[in-house]
Design a protein around this ligand. Structure first.
Ligand code: AMP
Ligand code: MG
Length: 434
């Protein structure tokens, strides 16, 4: 485990009052390594492996396909017949091979076997002429020699996955195609990493939980729901610690409890200028936490570091800590661009860079140089095939409906100024997390 000194040194290289997004991402990346000693692995059945992280390479126990078979409906024959034939090749049909019902005899020279896709290639046959190329009269077929080459339309044994070779690598997040692939290997169970445990809570005296009555000046806590949803989508185990009041004793209790019960602690609210002093003092006694003003909008204030459950920093159990801003859109943007990658890395997953696509801005956008801005956008494909993106309207960091309507973030790089209609911009599709 890296020491507190190393943590401070790592963070001190940057100006915490104007930390570029890339620098914040880099620091977080360095701190979010999966622990080498972390042997927390479990065996799960295929259905339960969906969206989990493979703990070890899966070596193929068989060849897939397990036998040479036909890629087409047609006629199988020995390719040597092509060399013997003239302009046309004439063969007589000796029998039929269906998927699961092989033709076991060896056809003679001048013979072929009617074959269906996936059927075992009959002995001595290495080529399949598709039925579309054939004219059949009774038990003989004829096709143009020039249309065929020996070896065509045959799937070779082991072509998809070869026995003894890695089929899926450790760190892979198991998706639909992988489940199918594992099944095709006859594998019913795999070793996956235990889920990362993430505790989260909201801070603010003004917050009420769904079900409570709103009093003047209070509002419902939505961050716990967006966080819950994004965390679930990432496949981590969630611990919802509710709403924490804006006082030192409540916050300290919540942080200690969270650190004891989770690998990562995420809070929202209480890190902006007014609150930061109050939380800063507490964080300093509980761990190594840096307060950053990230040069991004939304999401400027953010606290990041490590907390300890013991009496002093460096004692007891450690957990990585993200103190996100309170504004609902800022929570989602910082989660997407700062937290997401850390959680995936700590889960043991190989890097999953966000998909960045270029699109044409439909209208002008105000943008201040010196900070990265994440606007909410709706991207659609034009008739000419190009992607065009419009913003969702009011872009205030409290306007959650702007996230709901959007299907992507429009990422306006730090150095950039105002955008004109027709300019190229980068977009990041929401990718199932939001
Ligand atoms: P803060 O960062 O604590 O100053 O909060 C910034 C703004 O976000 C304030 O207007 C808060 O009321 C609002 N806010 C903070 N936490 C939440 C939450 N959990 N749900 C909805 N709004 C919140
Ligand atoms: Mg607050």
């Amino acid at each position: 485990m890296t020491t507190s000194k190393e943590f401070s040194a790592c963070v001190a290289q940057y100006d915490p009052d104007a930390l570029p997004v890339e620098a914040a991402q880099e620091i977080v990346r360095q701190w979010a390594m999966p622990r080498a000693s972390d042997a927390r692995v479990e065996r799960v059945s295929l259905h339960d492996a969906l969206d989990r992280v493979l703990a070890e390479d899966v070596i193929s126990p068989i060849d897939v396909p397990a036998f040479d078979n036909s890629a087409m409906d047609g006629y199988a024959f020995a390719g040597a017949a092509l060399a013997r034939g003239g302009d046309t090749v004439d063969l007589s049909v000796a029998g039929t091979a269906l998927a699961g019902r092989p033709f076991t005899a060896t056809p003679g020279a001048g013979e072929c076997v009617r074959i269906m896709t996936g059927a075992l290639m009959p002995p001595g046959c290495d080529t399949v002429v598709p039925q579309e190329l054939v004219t059949r009269a009774g038990d003989t077929i004829r096709f143009a020699n020039a249309k065929m080459r020996a070896g065509q339309n045959r799937r070779l044994s082991g072509e998809d996955l070869a026995k003894g070779k890695p089929a899926l690598l450790a760190g892979r997040i198991v998706r639909a195609s992988d489940l199918g692939l594992l099944a095709s290997l006859g594998i019913g169970e795999v070793s996956v990493r235990k889920r990362l445990v993430v505790a989260f809570f909201s801070t603010g005296d003004e917050l009420r939980s769904v079900g409570e009555t709103l009093s003047p000046g209070s509002l419902y806590d939505s961050n716990r729901y967006t966080l819950f949803a994004m965390l679930r989508r990432l496949g981590v185990e969630t611990v919802d610690l509710g709403i924490v009041r804006d006082d030192r004793a409540s916050l300290e209790k919540a942080l200690r409890h969270a650190t004891e019960s989770a690998d990562v602690v995420i809070s929202s609210g209480g890190v902006s200028v007014g609150d930061a002093d109050f939380t800063r003092e507490l964080m300093n006694s509980l761990g190594d936490v840096a307060f950053w003003k990230i040069a991004m909008r939304p999401g400027r204030p953010l606290a990041f570091g490590r907390l300890w459950s013991g009496e002093r920093a460096g004692t007891g159990k450690a957990a990585l800590f993200f103190g996100l801003p309170g504004n609902p859109v800022a929570v989602m943007a910082t989660f997407y661009f700062i937290v997401r990658e850390a959680l995936l890395a700590m889960s043991g997953a190989t890097r999953q860079p966000l998909t960045v696509i270029r699109a044409i801005s439909a209208g002008p956008m105000k943008k201040r140089a010196g900070r990265t801005e994440f606007q909410r956008g709706i991207a659609t494909r034009e008739v000419d095939g190009r992607l065009r993106v419009v913003t969702t309207g009011p872009q205030g960091s409290g306007v959650l409906s702007s996230m709901s309507e959007a299907n992507c973030f429009i990422v306006l790089e730090q150095a950039r100024g105002d955008i004109d209609a027709g300019d190229e911009v980068e977009i990041v599709p929401f990718d199932g997390l939001i």
